[in-house]
Design a protein. Structure first.
Length: 456
């Protein structure tokens, strides 16, 4: 009986055979032709001439899939797909090795020359402001911005006094435009001045507090007051702010902290604090016999300036100078740690020069009291729990000034990370000496109540 012949099922409207994919219905030559067309289309998009049709060996050398028959025709001179992938990985490894060793040529793209520390990119860093002045900036502000960016004016008190002094010059040279009042337009005139200083170096807590008080005084000016009288009143209030909140406050702190220094004491201090320097010099003038250990660290090496001040004069203070790694061996001789502060937060944490937290922690371990000298105008209502969320980096230009030939020099893929501040938890602090008295860290939030409504 003859076998019946079954006809092929009818194709779909799209031309694809029923029950089979389209690629199986195509012959090998058709698939190869389709690949050549796709390759030519990609080359046309990239602006390159289409590559000619290659043999199976050529395809195999480029890492394309080959058949079993083509694999037999492979010659030893033709690299396989696995070998080609290994070459790519080897070349990547050698490139990364060259980058890490700084062996890459100058023609390498800038993105590959420096990896950057992205995790610390939010830290504030001074910027060159000498050639980028935007807006109507007073010459005194431009000069101050250059001093800030070069770290020639360093320290919370010095920076705040210099800023308020420059604002006095700005106010004295200011003229209220017609159809406006000084209480409304002066703050608009001061805003670009403040922005210029912040672009030179991140604003400190003391500068922010002083600017806030200045804004309140400007907004309280009566519109009927003569312009010259208003300007003189503002300058007088700026002088009173400097006198009451900084100069007289330091004098009170000198007296309170000086009472804690006894004959035979060994006082350890870190870096340079202007108020701590005044406390030590005042105690020495009172005839107290004590010695000082000055702990210092790179890159600023501010302790050298303090050491020069303490050891100069007709009656110098006996001092010992050491770097931060020598701290453990010196703490056994110390009777009190006396340090300054850049800011004081409401949770009792002290924001000070980087290294202060380590000193306070090790002093607490050795049962040595840690006393912080801090004016109340450095108080901040905010809460800070670490020195990572907000900080400032020492610029490379300042680091190079204090470096020597044996120090690390800038190179490709080498970033110098020098945070300027750290945060000391209140558990490591014994007391904070302010102009309103000795305050334990747990009662720091009571400072605004003790001051009342202080103003300029």
């Amino acid at each position: 009986m003859p076998v019946p012949i079954i006809a092929d099922p009818p194709p779909f409207a799209g031309g694809k055979p029923q029950g089979q994919p389209a690629q199986q219905a195509m012959t090998r030559a058709e698939r190869r032709e389709l690949q050549e067309k796709q390759r030519a289309a990609k080359a046309a998009l990239k602006g390159q001439p289409p590559q000619p049709k290659e043999s199976s060996q050529g395809k195999q050398s480029q890492g394309t899939v080959t058949t079993a028959g083509q694999a037999k025709a492979k010659t030893p001179s033709t690299p396989s797909k696995k070998a080609f992938a290994g070459d790519i990985q080897g070349s990547k490894a050698s490139t990364s090795k060259d980058l890490s060793l700084g062996l890459v040529g100058e023609d390498m793209p800038p993105k590959q020359l420096s990896h950057g520390l992205r995790i610390f990119s939010h830290f504030g860093q001074p910027k060159p402001v000498g050639h980028t002045v935007k807006g109507d900036i007073h010459p005194a502000i431009i000069r101050l911005g250059l001093l800030y960016s070069d770290f020639k004016i360093c320290g919370a008190n010095a920076r705040c006094i210099a800023m308020l002094t420059a604002f006095k010059q700005v106010i004295q040279d200011y003229t209220t435009p017609s159809h406006s009042t000084i209480s409304r337009h002066l703050m608009t005139h001061l805003s670009p001045q403040i922005t210029h200083l912040v672009s030179a170096r991140p604003m400190s807590v003391t500068m922010g507090n002083a600017i806030r008080e200045l804004k309140l005084e400007i907004s309280a000016i009566d519109i009927d007051v003569i312009e010259q009288d208003a300007k003189e009143s503002l300058c007088l209030k700026i002088d009173n702010y400097i006198r009451d909140r900084i100069i007289i406050a330091d004098e009170v702190i000198q007296e309170l902290a000086g009472k804690k220094i006894k004959d035979g004491d060994v006082i350890l201090t870190y870096a340079k604090s202007s108020v701590v320097e005044k406390v030590l010099l005042e105690a020495q003038e009172e005839g107290k016999k004590f010695s000082v250990i000055v702990i210092d660290s790179k890159p600023l090496l501010e302790g050298k300036i303090l050491l020069r001040s303490l050891t100069s004069g007709p009656n110098p203070i006996p001092c010992t100078y050491a770097l931060l790694p020598a701290l453990p061996s010196l703490l056994t001789q110390v009777t009190m740690v006396l340090v300054g502060a850049h800011a004081l937060f409401s949770n009792g944490a002290v924001y000070s020069r980087a290294g202060t937290a380590m000193i306070a922690m090790m002093a607490k371990t050795n049962s040595v009291p840690v006393v912080v000298c801090c004016e109340t105008y450095k108080f901040s209502d905010g809460v800070m729990v670490d020195g990572f969320t907000r900080n400032e980096l020492v610029p490379l230009s300042v680091t190079q000034k204090n470096s020597r030939s044996h120090d690390i020099v800038p190179a490709l893929n080498l970033d110098n990370l020098n945070p300027l501040y750290d945060l000391t938890p209140p558990t490591y602090i014994t007391a904070v000496v302010t102009e309103v008295g000795l305050i334990p860290p747990s009662s720091i939030s009571s400072i605004p109540l003790a001051l009342g409504k202080a103003s300029l």
